[in-house]
Write a protein that binds this ligand. Structure first.
Ligand code: NAD
Length: 485
């Protein structure tokens, strides 16, 4: 099954921060892949903008080097790199200064204009104002902003207000790259494209839901930023919250931006405040006698009390989910990189096979990464003549296997999202009120830690997280599913 390429209209995409890490590692490689796939039309133009005073040749050399490193096979496709670089330009300007904007304006055409703010949020206001002031904003203009969108409710509101002063909400694309992942979109396809699941998708049949986003890596080069954010702000408030919304929301009437985002917002607003004893914070450490670096070594602060792990139990107070807990966990330096949603169904109400057959419950596992796919654990008879013993077996579907070899490497989230910006489709982008609602839920949790002087529990690098996270489940008579690569 070959995916269809639907060409987009000619566009101008201006990447502010065009020499930065995100532009070189994600945005431009995504555009290059789309270009090789034939989706970038001839009239499409990409303009990198940054402070560095360099000519377009030097910029081409910089970007070509990144593309050769990150996408060596594609970079060798005859003519591909040249074709892409021909559509790539560069303008040196400082977003806080008045010079350089006329040159940028003179390069823009009449079609769709997208301005990607791949710079720190401190520059959003200056950029938005200058774009207006220098007449670069047309009717067909969009802006794209990156996470972190604020570090609490007040700062998110301030950022929203700054952008709203210059742009309509329909022009603002707030990226949460999780929403661009194929498998995350598949959550909606599985739920709303099949009759099988939706009738069971409620507290009557679902015992609880587990959402795990485990990383094997540590904070790496982002130590400074991460130590100020922690897992709650960096992962829970945005990525896990988005997954929770997609799993829990009511079916929107149609797959359109506001219909989907209205339903997600209702989920966030229905979340109860999390009780302090329903949260476990952790920080990775080197096991006694072990080698390597723990969190505090990596961030260079022996007294840091920032969490690199968080597990919590959330409740959605609405008709569908009353009484069904959602257990969410995420952390760094865990045993494996694995993002999975497990929908844990209730036991059958009565076992006709007697107590000795044991208790068995269905589990629907939606694997987001790696090895994207779905497994449904079903109960069958254990083969053999010795009576009626039951055993659980997986009905396993790997999307890559099912869809054929050309789908082995799904498009990167940024490819999908950037093309959606050009197409003017906001469905997979967060609306301002959604972001604010997520912070309104997160803020009291963080304030509680600060008020109590909470110190995260150490956990061993390469483990499944702190022991208290196991207790969080065991107290409820439940267990986490394994974290498997
Ligand atoms: P970076 O520091 O590597 O790059 C910053 C870019 O902004 C550079 O091109 C620099 O020239 C430009 N810049 C800085 N000040 C400027 C000014 N006054 N005028 C014009 N250009 C200016 O940062 P990054 O890692 O690329 O991150 C960019 C944004 O994306 C940040 O908001 C970051 O939080 C966010 N983000 C980054 C990543 C990532 O993987 N790097 C992931 C998620 C979100």
């Amino acid at each position: 099954m070959v995916s269809r390429i639907i060409p987009v209209e000619p566009f101008d995409l201006v990447v502010f921060g065009g020499t930065g890490d995100l532009a070189r590692s994600k945005i431009l490689p995504a555009l290059f892949r789309r270009s090789v796939a034939g989706q970038v039309p001839e009239g499409g133009r990409i303009i990198g903008v940054a402070r560095q005073d360099m000519g377009v040749e030097a910029y081409h050399a910089l970007i070509a080097q990144s593309l050769r490193e990150l996408l060596p096979d594609l970079a060798q496709v005859p003519g591909a790199l040249d074709r892409f670089l021909k559509q790539l330009d560069y303008v040196a300007l400082d977003a806080t200064q008045p010079e350089g904007w006329e040159q940028l304006a003179s390069m823009l055409g009449q079609g769709v204009r997208a301005f990607y703010f791949s710079v720190g949020p401190g520059l959003f206001g200056a950029l938005a104002e200058r774009l207006r002031q220098h007449g670069l904003v047309s009717d067909d203009t969009r802006i794209v902003v990156e996470k972190p969108f604020g570090h609490d409710l007040a700062s998110a509101r301030a950022l929203n207000a700054t952008l709203a002063a210059q742009f309509h909400e329909r022009q603002i694309y707030r990226i949460d790259h999780y929403l661009g992942k194929e498998t995350v979109q598949n959550l909606m396809a599985v739920r709303f494209g099949n009759m099988l699941f939706e009738p069971l998708w409620n507290s009557q049949y679902v015992d609880h839901i587990q959402i795990t986003v485990a990383e094997a890596v540590g904070v790496g080069g982002r130590a400074d930023y991460y130590d100020r954010a922690g897992a709650m702000r960096d992962m829970m408030q945005n990525h896990l919250m988005q997954l929770l919304c997609l799993i829990a929301m009511e079916p929107p009437a149609k797959f359109d931006p506001d219909a989907v985002r209205d339903e997600k917002l209702k989920v966030i607003r229905a979340l109860d405040a999390v009780k302090p004893h329903h949260i476990v914070r952790g920080q990775y450490a080197v096991p006694v006698g072990g080698v390597g670096q723990g969190y505090r070594d990596e961030v260079g602060d022996p007294r840091s009390i920032t969490e690199s792990y968080i597990a919590l139990r959330a409740h959605i107070s609405n008709w569908r989910w009353a009484g069904t807990p959602f257990y969410l966990r995420t952390g760094k330096r865990l045993v494996a990189r694995s993002s999975v949603i497990n929908v844990m169904f209730k036991d059958a109400p009565h076992s006709i096979f007697g107590e000795e057959a044991g208790r068995h419950a269905n589990v629907l596992s939606i694997r987001l990464q790696p090895n994207e796919g779905i497994t449904l654990k079903v109960t069958i008879k254990e083969p053999g003549p010795g009576g009626m013993r039951l055993v659980d077996v997986p009905l396993d579907m790997s999307f890559a296997k099912a869809l054929g070899p050309e789908n082995q490497s799904p498009p990167d989230a940024y490819e999908r999202l950037i093309m959606d910006v050009i197409r003017g489709n906001q469905t997979l982008f967060m609306r301002g009120d959604e972001v604010e609602a997520a912070w309104a839920w997160t803020d009291p949790i963080i304030a509680g830690w600060q008020a109590r002087g909470d110190v995260p529990k150490p956990y061993d690098c390469g483990s499944t997280g702190p022991g208290d996270a196991e207790l969080l489940m065991r107290r409820d008579g439940r267990r986490w599913q394994g974290i498997n690569p």
